[in-house]
Write a protein that binds this ligand. Structure first.
Ligand code: UT7
Length: 308
């Protein structure tokens, strides 16, 4: 059946690296606590959501060998838009010179997987090429005196080009979920700072990832033992381990980048995907499971056959 394939990808993180030691120098925290409780050793901080998205998007276009005028649609997943109006996608569309529709999508840390599924759907509906970007600058809505959040956030962006193909598409199955009754657990009011009930989110996150992953795999008659590469949202190394263990996916098939990037919200899955491509873990033919969760609460899983 015709579908879409990912023909290019690109990432961007700010140059400035903030280490656990840097944070420990100004907050009542320590490298030992941050490393042990979160798995984070450093994070990149800086830039705006559009700046990071533009660079990641340009790199994805280059890798796909596509010019801006060959893109029909831009879907930008972000929970930290540059402004309330206009959508940050407008800035990105203009800077990249796309002659395409452009819209923002906010599903918090599940945003990239939501956008990937939406982009695939648009290809099935007739778009030829969709640029999907996840970009977030959580640092801009973080109270840097709040140690519970300052130690986990990072900034970054990741992008993919989705192309229509006559051959088999990559997306085999997906699950998008939400439980808005839990929206108070992670929120940021206009002009305010991020608030998170970390313990509660943690509990729900592990369950959401496990249940959503199993449900998605079951749609195509598979189970976690079939997964070659597991790309979870990177919110906490302990959440990744707990979900991975419950799913029975070996550590060596699981992508972990949180040590270098922290929690980059919509960017974490594409950053991890790019890492898996760079290290060679992600090879043509691999069965890929992506699973994200976050504010809303939202969750999203996708199963792809890499290379279609
Ligand atoms: O991206 C999607 C949404 N976000 C998430 O999925 C995040 C999910 N939650 C988490 O990752 C974890 O809950 C956190 C990393 C945020 C917190 O870890 P925790 O193990 O749940 O810590 P806690 O909040 O239960 O705090 C344990 C102790 C407390 O001290 P007492 O009361 O035991 O004396 C805290 O005050 O650790 C203390 N603490 C810290 N100590 C040093 C909290 N933050 C820090 C800190 N440095 N930065």
């Amino acid at each position: 059946m015709p579908g879409a394939v990912i023909s290019g990808w690109g990432i961007c993180v700010p140059d400035k690296i903030v280490t656990n030691e840097d944070l420990s120098a100004r907050l009542d925290t320590s490298d030992a606590w941050i490393t042990e409780r979160t798995g984070i050793r450093q994070r990149h901080i800086g830039g705006t959501t559009s700046e990071l998205a533009i660079v990641a998007g340009r790199r994805a276009l280059e890798k796909a060998g596509r010019s801006p005028d060959e893109i029909d649609l831009l879907v930008l997943a972000t929970t930290t838009p540059d402004a309330t109006v206009p959508g940050t996608s407008a800035t990105v569309q203009d800077a990249l010179g796309l002659q395409a529709g452009a819209f923002d999508l906010n599903a918090a840390c599940s945003g990239f997987v939501y956008a990937l599924v939406a982009g695939h759907g648009m290809v099935l509906a007739g778009s030829k090429r969709v640029l999907v970007i996840g970009s977030d600058t959580l640092s801009r809505i973080t109270d840097w005196d709040d140690r519970s959040l300052a130690v986990i956030v990072g900034d970054g962006a990741g992008a993919v080009v989705l192309e229509a193909t006559d051959g088999p598409g990559e997306l085999l199955a997906w699950d998008l979920g939400a439980d808005g009754s839990l929206r108070h657990l992670l929120k940021c009011d206009h002009g305010g700072f991020l608030y998170m009930n970390g313990k509660e989110i943690f509990r729900h996150a592990v369950r959401a990832v496990v249940e959503s992953s199993v449900k998605t795999l079951a749609q195509v008659g598979m189970d976690p033992s079939d997964v070659d590469v597991f790309i979870p949202h990177q919110a906490n190394a302990r959440i990744i381990s707990a979900a991975r263990e419950r799913l029975g996916i070996p550590e060596e098939r699981t992508v972990v980048t949180i040590d270098r990037y922290g929690n980059t919200s919509s960017a974490s899955v594409p950053l991890a995907m790019a890492d898996a491509l760079e290290t060679g873990l992600l090879q043509p033919g691999a069965l890929v499971l992506m699973s994200g969760f976050g504010g809303g609460m939202t969750w999203a899983s996708a199963v792809l056959r890499w290379g279609g």
